[in-house]
Design a protein around this ligand. Structure first.
Ligand code: BES
Ligand code: ZN
Length: 391
């Protein structure tokens, strides 16, 4: 009787532990997804970094936010003022910032140099239709004719984020076809005084969230995953999934001796070209990097039943023992590459292709797969640290 009772209690404990673990991982994914797209340098990404910092602190860790900047244009809220009304405009990527006021001058056709010769745009704001000539060329033609700002009206429904290869010399923005077409016509008939405000940031500020127990200065292991996502995608699988598993590992290990050998990192700016992990390895000293036995990276681990591992250096054998020789490079690049480039052995956890990759549909992950990823990692971590497994 007593044995049975004991067994029942054990079974219940295991079941609740697993359920609890699954729920907390899934709750982390949901909390991150509910914030919206976590584009590096955006206020949403900053809120995500705050959420993660709070969670790590609750689990008993010290948190350091490692900031870094890199060139990345961001529209910080550009607009057009006309008759006391504000009209939505989209700054051209790489437009200079500024807030010129003047008369709106309609430029005929597509804004070739000869089109500008038929009107007087000097010290005024030119408005011209999209098409025929490249954005950059229209803008330079306008500047050469003396315009102090330019608006380009889309020639298809909706707005367009024009992309320039080098900085425009005058503030330049676009209007949707719906809003811009009537303005093109009205400006030919009447004097429209406008103020075009282009607010633009030339750099993004990224934030890596680094968590470790107090006084852990030289870890043997870094466990990480990126928390930023691409524009217009809530990034549930890419990569709230990996972010949640890294956080889950930190929670599960917080009372174990292993935790004093690990730094847990949520990287930012991955989607802009591994910027966060690159900044991290560039700032680390050679001694710090050579003191690492490995870096484990988790990216897209919430979809697809089969967990895949890709190892480099001393981690290859562990990866091979689990799934044979699989190269992640056929799927995609991620933060482990920054560590690999510094000769730190890496182990990449991922689950392959996702039909919702980098799309607004990336909203779902399977809680069971998050838990399975964490459980596999919990078996591998002691092997990496050459220590007996937990429990
Ligand atoms: N999570 C992806 C990479 C990925 C895709 C991993 C499929 C596993 C399976 C990552 O966020 C990404 O999109 N990487 C870019 C490259 C990066 C350097 C911007 C890619 O793969 O194109
Ligand atoms: Zn990713």
């Amino acid at each position: 009787m007593q044995i049975w009772l004991g067994m029942t209690i054990t079974v219940i404990l295991i079941a609740t532990h697993s359920l609890f673990a699954a729920d907390s991982l899934y709750a982390d994914v949901q909390a991150l997804v509910n914030l919206g797209a976590r584009v590096a340098g955006s206020p949403t990404a900053e809120r995500a970094s705050e959420y993660l910092s709070n969670q790590y602190r609750k689990a008993g860790y010290e948190v350091e936010i490692q900031t870094f900047t890199y060139p990345k244009f961001a529209d910080a809220g550009s607009s057009l003022r006309l008759d006391g009304k504000t009209i939505e405009t989209w700054a051209m990527v790489r437009s200079i910032a500024g807030s010129p006021s003047g008369k709106l001058v309609t430029v005929p056709n597509f804004g070739k140099p000869e089109d500008f010769r038929t009107v007087d745009v000097r010290n005024q704001i030119a408005i011209v239709k999209r098409g025929g000539v490249q954005f950059a060329q229209k803008i330079e033609n306008a500047a050469a004719a003396g315009a102090i700002g330019i608006l380009i009206v889309n020639n298809q429904p909706g707005n367009i984020r024009g992309m320039l290869m080098k900085p425009a010399s005058i503030p330049a923005a676009s209007l949707s076809e719906q809003v811009g077409t009537p303005l093109l016509e009205q400006a030919q008939k009447t004097d429209l005084r406008v103020t075009l405000t282009v607010k633009a940031q030339p750099d993004a500020l990224g934030r890596n969230v680094i968590a470790h127990l107090p006084n852990v200065k030289q870890p043997k292991l870094i466990i990480g995953g990126h928390y930023d996502s691409v524009e217009n995608s809530p990034g549930a699988n890419d990569n709230a999934s990996g972010t949640a598993v890294v956080l889950g590992l930190a929670r599960s290990l917080s009372k174990s001796p292993q935790a004093s050998q690990i730094w847990f990192i949520a990287f930012d700016g991955e989607e802009d070209g591994l910027k966060g992990s690159d900044a991290f390895v560039k700032r680390a000293t050679p001694q710090f990097l050579s003191g690492l036995k490995a870096m484990l990276n988790f990216d897209m681990v919430g979809i697809n039943d089969r967990l895949l591992l890709d190892g480099s250096g001393t981690m290859s054998a562990i990866a091979n023992s689990i799934n044979g020789d699989i190269s992640a490079s056929q799927f995609g690049g991620s933060d482990h590459a920054s560590f690999k480039s510094k000769d730190v052995p890496t182990l990449f956890f991922f689950r392959g292709k996702d039909p919702n990759y980098h799309s607004p549909g990336d909203q779902l992950v399977e809680p069971r797969l998050l838990r399975e990823t964490e459980e596999t990692a919990l078996k591998i971590i002691p092997k990496v640290l050459n220590e007996a497994p937990l429990g």
